[in-house]
Design a protein around this ligand. Sequence first.
Ligand code: ACO
Length: 333
Amino acid sequence: MAVYTKILGTGHYVPERVVTNADLEKLMDTTDEWIQQRTGIQERRWIDKDTGASDLAKPAALKALEMAGLQAKDIDAIIFATLSPDYNFPGSGCLMTEHLGIPGTPALDIRNQCSGFVYGMQIADAWIRAGVYERVLFIGAEVHSTGLDVSTRGRDVSVIFGDGAGAVIFGKSESAEDGAILSTLVGADGAYAKDLMVEMPASRQIPRITKEGMDEGRHFPKMNGREVFKVAARKLPEAVVTALGKCGKTVADVDLFIPHQANLRISEAVQKALGLPDDRIYNNIMRYGNTTAASIPIALDECVRNGKLKRGQTLAVGAFGAGFTWGAAVIRF
Ligand code: ACO
């Protein structure tokens, strides 16, 4: 009998502190107009006290469990996607086993930046269909704000990123009609590593971090914005069309498309390339900024809770980010 993987529940959590573009105008030489015109972002959430990615993940995971009608002890494995883990090590997934009171549960941290959700979903799908685990908790969670250069020097990057967490519980489905991951596709190309990266601390340097490096701001993310834009606008639609083709579908079959919330202008370029009408794409970057691995699961949870995505509909997701990495997936919800 064929086994499929379906989404059992979703949840998200963002910190309460709202940081508007006007708030950023007080920290750096920028304007609300510049930020909105280039990125579509109006506000984002930033933590206001010591909080790790796993702390944001806990309420998101509890909401997903509640929707699924499950308890934490029902989870067989955790996949935690983040580029801003609580600590360099151990992984935030390990911390989740304590947050949720499920010691002994296997926890895998993955480092695929904005594409973390698609990479994680592919792993969860393979585990479930191979019979390794029955219920997998995926978490994408980020605390960017503590790692941004909020001076004018870092303005091109720091206005873009926000903090937040999204969670999705994947489980077994016995018929494709009842919900199924229909196809997943992921890729990576390290030739672009330097176009979006944080250079230090780095194990390849002795010492890993230096005062001079910090003075130069090399511990903050650096981005070649134009290159990111150019490659994302090409790779994302390509990945989505390929993922659709893998399960015999076309763009016309998609009820809802959720792109990674990198930048509203990238989403618009992808929408245009795919020829999707406005009511079949969902963007929320205006309110949260770019939350990398958390962005698709946060948007997905909003769509499930506000009725934009209903059982039986076809969902497509597409992601692109540092690495460069990319991915797309098609799901019958
Ligand atoms: N406020 C005001 N001015 C700014 C800001 C800011 N926050 N940031 C940069 N500028 C200035 C620059 O210094 C430059 O000034 P100059 O002409 O005097 O040198 C000017 O604005 C134009 O800079 P560009 O970098 O050429 O601006 P561009 O039009 O390319 O827009 C942006 C920059 C928004 C980053 C754009 O390249 C972009 O959207 N790239 C995609 C990157 C992205 O979305 N990344 C998301 C994260 S990665 C991911 O999730 C995939």
